[in-house]
Design a protein around this ligand. Structure first.
Ligand SMILES: Nc1ncnc2c1ncn2[C@@H]1O[C@H](COP(=O)(O)OP(=O)(O)OP(=O)(O)O)[C@@H](O)[C@H]1O
Ligand SMILES: [Mg+2]
Length: 505
């Protein structure tokens, strides 16, 4: 007897282990659920097993799956919540064993007839995900003329737990997949270049031409002119489009962090390197790497980057085994690299390696024809993002934009439109929504006092002069100055107080 029960346990264990293995190796949910149903029949020695889920909208139960040939037919049957044994378990969240359904008032013979299955005994348990009953799992007709017992209930509950976590994982996976697809679409849309001016069309022609090559590209231009937009357009139009575009901002990280970010490190390469880390070059393999703010890279990293460009291989920190990489490099900067070379801050040989193809984005004030197109594009985007339905710009508002010189370029235009879409009460954006003035008078006049190009002053002093110059040019309208400087009003007030400037001015 004992030997027999051990043999049974062994078979049970094997089935359970197989189910467990299937759970971790099968990604396809339907296959997995079918597998669990089949296992349930074998473990419980039951004639059939099925899984019913609650449709919250109609408050009905439907068959997600079941064993046997009737599987597909059953999927068309709907049971009311609370009705029949499965309905009762789904409604109350309590498990139930019924030895003889014909003596059980909860049993609805119509359901059995509908299913075209002659039911005798049932064990039915709720499926609970994050504290909520989402359906039931049931096994029907214990074979061998006996009824289901407490052990069967326990096993069914264990299996139901597995089903519940499989369903929960699948749901989360689906949510994550949808979110990541939406994120991809948003990113795609955000980085689609818009512009019809001759200058911008020329840029687009170059983008199309260089996309077909693997040449290194250096994109230059003032802040906010669309360097990242162009870098992403090149990648998207290239043969590498289905491979990753990995963007790294060289100004955002300290030298040592940037080094391990770009080149990766072996486990134990330095204190704190507790596991191997692949660098961005490796992650971008057969894709594109976008090195933003390349002008901020330290001389030591410039040397390492030069080696990658020359040898097409990277050395992880702590390794002497170079790893070959096939990466297209696109770099961007808004700093004057020629001046940096003269000052010994940027390697000339690296500059020539990067500058194989150079694209210089003109500032927005040099291509005012793009303003109406871009403005309309941003109105549409922010209408969508904020669920508003602004129809466009009033002629006077467009006029104000056309007369403005946009020191912050397209980004500033985008910010102005975003704010206007949110704040406008009218159907059309009115000029008052834009905290901007007309184009400043030509250079040399008092109001055009830009920061002095003197490299021999402290950064803080440079910042002070710049802030005051911008305020001056904005006629001391602080909201407008904040928009140009891309800082908050409290930050501006704090800085002014620090400079001893009367903040109420
Ligand atoms: N031609 C364009 N079409 C559509 N949107 C654009 C265009 N140019 C710029 N933008 C938008 O303006 C903003 C700034 O663009 P981007 O980040 O590419 O500029 P950048 O030159 O990289 O600026 P920075 O030097 O400050 O990093 C982004 O939100 C971008 O979507
Ligand atoms: Mg950028």
């Amino acid at each position: 007897m004992a030997a027999n029960s051990r043999a049974l346990d062994h078979a049970l264990l094997r089935t359970l282990l197989q189910t467990g293995a299937a759970l971790t190796s099968t990604l396809d949910l339907d296959t997995l659920l079918d597998l669990i149903m089949d296992s349930a029949c074998r473990i419980l020695n039951a004639g059939a097993a099925s899984l019913l889920l609650i449709d919250q909208e109609t408050k009905t139960l439907y068959f997600k799956t079941a064993t046997g040939e009737k599987r597909e037919e059953l999927k068309h049957i709907r049971l009311k919540l609370g009705e029949g044994i499965a309905g009762w378990v789904a409604k109350t969240g309590r498990p139930l064993i019924v030895g003889d359904v014909w003596n059980e008032p909860k049993f609805k013979r119509e359901i059995s007839q509908k299913m075209n299955y002659s039911t005798q005994s049932i064990v039915c348990v709720p499926l609970v995900v994050r504290g909520r009953t989402i359906g039931v799992m049931e096994a029907l007709n214990k074979l061998g003329g006996v009824s289901f017992g407490d052990e069967d209930l326990e096993v069914t509950s264990l299996l139901a737990g597995q089903v519940a976590s499989a369903l929960d994982n699948a749901r989360q996976f689906a949510v994550a997949a949808t979110a990541s697809q939406r994120l991809g679409e948003l990113l795609e849309e955000r980085y689609t270049p818009v512009g019809t001016s001759p200058l911008f069309r020329e840029i687009l022609t170059t983008v199309a031409k260089v996309a077909g090559t693997r040449s290194t590209v250096l994109i230059r231009g003032e802040s906010g002119t669309g360097k990242e937009v162009v870098a992403r357009a090149i990648h998207r139009q290239s043969k590498r489009a289905s491979r990753p575009l990995v963007a790294v901002n060289c100004a955002a990280l300290s030298e040592s962090l940037l080094e391990s970010e770009l080149f990766g490190h072996e486990k134990g390469a330095f204190t704190g390197a507790d596991r191997l880390k692949k660098g961005k070059f490796e992650l971008a393999d057969s894709g594109t790497i976008f090195l933003d703010e390349i002008g901020c890279m330290s001389p030591q990293l410039q040397t390492k980057l030069l080696r990658v460009l020359q040898e097409r291989e990277v050395d992880r920190l702590g390794s002497d085994r170079p790893i070959p990489v096939d990466v297209r490099v696109i770099a961007a900067t808004n700093t004057d690299l020629e001046a940096a070379i003269r000052l010994g801050r940027f390697r000339e040989d690296l500059f020539y390696r990067l500058n194989v193809i150079s694209i210089t984005l003109p500032p927005l004030r040099a291509r005012p024809e793009d303003i109406p197109t871009l403005a309309a594009h941003f109105v549409e985007r922010y209408n969508r993002e904020t669920s508003r339905s602004i129809r466009g710009l009033a002629p006077a508002a467009l006029d104000a934009l056309m007369r403005y010189d946009f020191p912050g370029n397209v980004r500033e235009l985008e910010n102005l439109i975003e704010r206007a879409v949110v704040l406008e009460d009218d159907d059309w954006i009115q000029p008052e929504r834009f905290p901007i003035g007309p184009r400043p008078t030509p250079a040399g006049s008092a109001s055009d006092a830009g920061p002095e190009p003197s490299p021999m002053i402290a950064l803080a002093e440079m910042e002070r002069r710049h802030i005051l110059a911008v305020l001056e040019r904005c006629g001391w309208k602080k909201t407008k100055a904040c928009s140009v400087l891309e800082i908050s009003r409290p930050t501006l007030d704090r800085k002014l107080a620090g400079y001893g400037v009367d903040s109420s001015q």
